[in-house]
Design a protein around this ligand. Sequence first.
Ligand code: G3P
Length: 221
Amino acid sequence: MSALIVVNFKTYESAQGESAVSLAKAMAEVDASTDATLVAVVSAFDLSSVCAAAPKLKVWCQHLDPIGWGSNTGWLHPETAISRGASGTIINHAEHKVEHSHVEKLIDQLPEGFPICACAADVEEAHSLAALSPTFIAVEPPELIGGDISVTTADPEIVSGTAAAVKASNPDVRVLCGAGVKNGEDVAMALELGTEGVLLASGVTKAQNPLAVLRDLVSKI
Ligand code: G3P
């Protein structure tokens, strides 16, 4: 399986609307030039435009709700997201926590093979989410999110510990790590610590030259 570089656009102004489209195009360019797989995690508002502009790039949602058609004001309906081009989702991000029952119901509702990445704050939460069999678990210590030090440097034990705990409990689940990841060395270290890739945001969305950062992120894989 190729290493995964998942870029969360969050609500960074530099990664919404037309800027989301430009960033996704840069990601598609790098994706086409590497063995790694790049994934753009975009605002629901930008799903259609990003998918149309970068049809070969994997585009995920930042959150989905386990609801059906009908009276569900403001919720994010999985089938609608899929019809707009979503090919995966993250869930339970540190900035959008949900009950684990939400994750469980969502996994039940999503079509077979639709990737879902459940975020975990620590080894314990990762271990408990692994029992639900998401496609991926991304461990991200909340206090390191948006910071300058990569989790792979600040807390390598949480990365290797999560990889070991998840693999011991459910070997089918693929592990990612995130928080403060900025460059190719951080990605290489994440892989060395037992993960299959990274989830990052500000290293790309706040970069002066996102294309150069994206190229660097995949340079040591
Ligand atoms: O979803 C990715 C994330 O929370 C990490 O953010 O800015 O530390 O790369 P950042």
